[in-house]
Design a protein around this ligand. Structure first.
Ligand code: GLC
Length: 650
């Protein structure tokens, strides 16, 4: 046993009990195999208890919870299939696997992309053609019947939606993708489960053990007290945060829809259940857990009940669990919150680098749309420059579109810093992307208008928000080209920012809004289905038709992806700096031992110029454009940047 003197005496005692319990579970394993588990347990134990202590440490059964947990982790390791154990070892050796410049993510609804899980197997060549190394399959786990929030109301976390296949198909798909060097990511909805989950049903039937899995109240007193400071996520179709459940004669906390019951994470039984589920999924071959709606996992009276410190502690503990039992698995946090809250999902202070491996860069996404609409990058530059430093072990999940709406997460302070009114700018963006603003090229729809705050979020596909829908209708080739350039600009931004790019299904060929959702009674009320189209494989086939929109977009994207893979400066371990040098260009700098990378993105349809001195100042003497594959002429005083052009200089 290694020297454990770095542990405090009480942690050492806990570790002693826990490792003894693990040994018992693993007794049938060869010594070396067992020792590997124990080595991982020791490596991550401090992180685990540093996360759990602040949350459950004062409970009388705290030690027993830890022992039960470690026994569970040992069982997961015991049951872990050999190929996955090998992957664990590889990832122990290459913990930066998800940070690499070779990583390319693809995000799709299984049903919309391929019909079923088996159907995914028929699309592997397509994913390989794109060079994808990570596939987020939405949604896979069995959701509630009928309305289910796009699959985010889970009725059974360890079963697959029968319309998509069986749980064994999940193993097959994971193995097939792994074979191709693609990691499967699956949603783990942590904040809530469906009202039809067995836990919820048992609670409704009066089982106290399960009632304690949720936040329930006999009267309005406590809900009213919380409501005083709680915002509403779906003010339109699910106002308020509590739902009366008559079977139980109690109010249940439901942040999202009435049928999504918030889980009570102050109960360690809930923690243990979710760890069990993580292990089940990991042992089927899931490599990335997308931890859904994590900001809401902890409630505190008098606050907005988001981003509470306990959330970060719990996530740190969950990550330690994966590291101990199923080491290959990475965690991606879905916290669509403001920049100052977002950074905590990578860990700050004592949690630095210990919380999630990947988190969505919601701000980059919002700022892309904001700068595009205003033809001005000052807010973008200011906001991105204000981000605190990130740990070297993480990667931003960089995206332009996903299955959700766009909320204008622009703070009043950031807006004021560049002379804008926060509210005024947010209104402008909603007007612009809903197509109401004069001259707007966008075809979006307002999602969840909130009269209390004036907020209007926006739905719509990448292509339609970029003007492709309107341009094609107008049969105006100049406008079509602008739309294509805006889309490729977005792709180049997420691929060249220095995180893990997440391409959303259909955006590689410019799928437009799908108005068909209005005919489906389960979807009609939720216009996020506008940008959740069924994959149009005929349009995909047109990627070979030279000159077609699909061909121009697909080839353009492939060129960007190829450039990404040969640009080691894009490994995520080095931070991205944003230079404050131009009101219409975004200029990023990535310092790297191999030499710097300076990327320039023109967010306008006008020609722009950048002082050559900026390049020289950052060591780019003979700059080579990775995207264009040519040296840049530095004889003049300026770098010329064409409308919507993107340049990656090394
Ligand atoms: C996440 C999902 C979103 C869902 C919500 C509630 O934000 O991306 O689609 O509505 O969580 O689960």
């Amino acid at each position: 046993m290694a020297n454990l003197s770095y542990m405090t005496p009480d942690v050492r005692a806990l570790f002693g009990e826990a490792s003894a319990a693990a040994r018992e579970v693993l007794v049938s394993l060869p010594t070396r195999d067992r020792d590997l588990f124990l080595a991982r347990l020791e490596r991550w134990f401090q992180n685990l208890v540093d996360g759990l202590g602040p949350v459950y440490g004062t409970r009388h059964d705290y030690d027993a919870v830890i022992t039960r947990l470690v026994r569970m982790l040992a069982r997961q390791y015991l049951e872990r299939p050999e190929p996955l154990k090998l992957l664990d070892l590889e990832r122990d050796l290459s913990p930066d696997w998800f940070q690499r410049e070779t990583m390319v993510g693809y995000v799709c609804y299984v049903e919309r992309f391929a019909g079923t899980l088996q159907g995914v197997l028929e699309r592997l060549d397509y994913l390989s053609e794109l060079g994808v190394t990570y596939v987020h399959l939405m949604y896979v786990l069995r959701p509630r019947e009928g309305e289910n929030d796009g699959g985010y109301a889970i009725a059974d976390y360890v079963d697959v939606d029968p319309r998509l296949g069986s749980i064994d198909d999940l193993d097959v798909v994971c193995a097939a993708l792994r074979e191709r060097g693609m990691s499967v990511c699956v949603d783990l909805v942590l904040n809530h489960c469906a009202d039809t989950h067995v836990w919820a049903k048992a609670a409704a039937a009066g089982d106290e053990r399960y009632r304690d899995y949720f936040y329930t109240y006999p009267t309005r007193e406590e809900p009213d007290a919380f409501e005083r400071t709680l915002p509403e996520v779906f003010p339109d179709f699910a106002p308020g945060n509590f739902t009366w459940v008559s079977a139980m004669q109690r109010w249940v906390w439901t942040t999202f829809n009435a049928y999504q019951w918030d889980l009570n994470w102050s109960n360690p039984a809930v923690f243990l259940e979710l760890v069990h589920i993580m292990g089940e999924l990991a042992n089927r071959g899931v490599e990335v857990m997308r931890m859904d709606a994590v900001a809401f996992m902890w409630k505190r009276l008098g606050t907005d009940c988001q981003n509470q410190p306990e959330v970060h502690d719990l996530l740190q503990a969950l990550r330690a669990c994966s590291k101990i039992a199923t080491a290959a698995v990475a965690h991606k946090a879905e916290a669509i919150v403001s920049p100052s809250d977002l950074i905590h999902y990578f860990g700050t202070g004592r949690r630095f680098g210990k919380v999630a491996n990947v988190a969505y860069h919601n701000s980059l996404m919002v700022q892309f749309w904001s700068a595009l609409a205003s033809r001005d990058t000052r807010l973008m530059t200011h906001t991105l420059r204000s981000f605190p430093p990130t740990p070297p072990s993480i990667a931003w999940g960089c995206y332009i579109r996903c299955h959700d709406d766009i909320g204008w997460a622009v703070t009043d302070e950031d807006a004021a810093a560049v002379g804008l009114s926060g509210q005024g700018h947010r209104h402008f963006l909603s007007d612009y992307y809903s197509g109401q603003f004069p001259g707007s090229h966008a075809r979006g729809a307002v999602f969840q208008y909130n009269p209390a705050t004036g907020d209007r979020r926006i739905s719509g596909s990448f292509a339609s928000l970029c003007g492709l829908e309107a341009a094609l209708e107008a049969r105006d080739e100049r406008l079509v080209q602008f739309a294509i350039d805006r889309i490729l600009l977005g792709h180049a931004l997420i691929c060249g920012f220095g995180g893990l790019p997440l391409l959303y299904m259909g955006d590689e060929i410019g799928l437009r809004n799908d108005y068909g959702y209005l005919r489906d009674p389960d979807h009609a009320a939720d216009n996020r289905w506008l940008h959740r189209p069924t994959m149009d494989w005929e349009a995909v086939a047109r990627r070979f038709l030279v000159g077609s929109v699909e061909h121009r977009l697909f080839e353009g994207l492939l060129a960007i992806l190829r450039a990404r893979k040969r640009t080691p400066q894009l490994h995520a371990t080095y931070p991205t700096e944003v230079l404050d040098v131009h009101p219409h260009l975004l200029v990023t700098l990535r310092r790297n031992p191999l030499g710097p990378m300076l990327a320039v993105f023109n967010l306008t349809e006008a020609h722009q110029t950048l002082l050559m001195a900026v390049l020289h100042e950052h060591g780019l003497v003979q700059p080579f454009d990775q995207l264009d594959q040519r040296f840049v002429d530095t004889s003049g005083e300026h770098l010329h940047v064409a409308p919507y052009q993107r340049v990656w200089l090394v």
